[in-house]
Design a protein around this ligand. Sequence first.
Ligand code: HEC
Length: 156
Amino acid sequence: MRKMRLMLLGLVWITLCLPASAADKDPNLVLIKARQGDMEIRSMYATPLFMMARGKMDYDAEKAQTLANNLLALTKVDMGMAWAPGTGNDKYPKVSDALPDIWSTYPAIAKKGKDYSDAVNALTKVAGNGLDGLRSGVGDLGKSCKSCHDEFRQKE
Ligand code: HEC
């Protein structure tokens, strides 16, 4: 009986440790997590900007400028290595939503990336200049996120 319980405990322990050891063995899982993290950070900065523009949050010029600056800073980080070929959702279903078209139609996604950084760049010039300024810039920002997701991200 005691032996049996120990064996069961052992099994539970092995099961709990599996995710960590899988990540150790497959470095691509680190890349996927990193690029998803990059997207989550974009979202953290962009969401309050969208909310201010829609009147769901009070406009704050200084805050809006800082959020836009942070988005700009992120565009300067080269995340290229996180998008290694062979890491799409055909190979990593349930882990990644990145469509294989990213690699098969390359450099189409680079154009979307450029549209995005252009929109962020333009936003930094207007975000702190009043609510109308912010509004004139977030439209293109939102479009640039959506347009890339429409083409290259698996719909839920
Ligand atoms: C050039 C293409 C592109 C642009 C621009 C882009 N995204 Fe993404 N985004 C993707 C792809 C591809 C994925 C799926 C990544 C994966 O799961 O491996 C993704 C995933 C996400 C996710 C889910 C991350 C997770 O935890 O799984 C969020 C949130 C997100 N994007 C927000 C944004 C926001 C906000 C913007 C604009 C401010 C933006 N994205 C701009 C391509 C893009």
